[in-house]
Each structure stands twice: as C-alpha cells, then as structure tokens.
Design a protein around this ligand. Structure first.
Ligand code: FES
Ligand code: FES
Length: 158
C-alpha cells in the first residue's frame, strides 16, 4: 500500500492507503479527524470545507495522492492554533451570534468564512457582501443570515 505524508493541523502524519482514496475519508476514518463533515462527496455541499496551505478546499474531492509532503492541511480542529488561541475570532463571533442550529454544516461554514476573509485581507480590503455571496456552503437549517452577520463580526478581529 502506498504511503502518503503531509502536515495536518501542525503535525506531520503518514498513512498507508491506496492512491485514489479521497482525503476526507483519510481524515475521518483513518486519522480520526471528524470536524470536516461528509455531505455529498462530490464537491457540492461544502460540508467538508477545510484549508490547504491556508486556502479553502474540499477534501471529499481530492485523492490523497494529490497531497504533497509540503502541503499543510488545516481542519476546524486546527483552526484555533493558527492564531495561538483556544478559539479563532471567527469561532468567537459564531458563539456571540448564536449561529448554529443542528450544527452539521458549521465547521465547513467557519472554514469557508476564514478563507474568504483572508482572501479579502490579502487583497488589502475588508470583506463585502459580494464576497459573502461567493460562499456556496449549504445549510439545510437555513442559518444563512446569522452566518453572514458572524462573518462580518469575526472579520473585524482577524
Ligand atoms: S462532502 Fe465535500 S463538498 Fe459535500
Ligand atoms: S446548522 Fe443545520 S445544516 Fe447548517
């Protein structure tokens, strides 16, 4: 079985698994990292949204063989450590605004939000409604208006 090595939430990990197994299953079933949720497995629902090298991606659609040893994968579990705190400012905003309903989509929503705010800040500007419109993460509980408020609030502290 081929071996695959990459950095996950700040630590190097190695797994022995077939090349075509998608990363979401490696994270959840082999490494016990269950923050990224399985919704569709087709890069549509975005419930599995995590970061690769600081940018949003969907591990359900990436074969583990595509992840390089120099790649850094961050899931919701590793997000607070990226700012050296117990909670990332976006998570604080989520709690302050009581965003969550059933919760299933929420790790992906937060990871998508953080990546989108980083993208805006890297371009030297604040996040605007048009950026929020580009986030395609599905919430079957319909918490969209609270999500948008929380992203704006969290962005102020990023
Ligand atoms: S489970 Fe990854 S996008 Fe739906
Ligand atoms: S909070 Fe239930 S799916 Fe989003």
């Amino acid at each position: 079985m081929p071996s695959h090595t990459f950095k996950l939430n700040g630590k190097m990990v190695s797994v022995e698994v077939a090349d075509d197994v998608r990363l979401l299953w490696v994270l959840r079933d082999m490494l016990g990292v269950t923050g990224p949720k399985y919704g569709c497995g087709l890069n549509v629902c975005k419930a599995c949204t995590s970061h690769i090298n600081g940018k949003a991606f969907n591990p359900c659609s990436v074969p583990v063989s595509k992840i390089k040893p120099t790649d850094e994968v961050t899931t919701i579990e590793g997000l607070p450590a990226t700012v050296g705190k117990d909670l990332h400012p976006m998570q604080e905003a989520w709690l302050d605004l009581d965003v969550v309903q059933c919760g299933y989509c929420q790790p992906g929503q937060i990871m998508a939000a953080v990546a989108k705010v980083r993208q805006a800040k890297a371009a030297g500007r604040e996040i605007v409604d048009a950026d929020l419109d580009e986030i395609r993460n599905i919430c079957r509980c319909g918490t969209y208006s609270r999500i948008r408020e929380a992203i704006k609030a969290g962005a102020k502290n990023m």
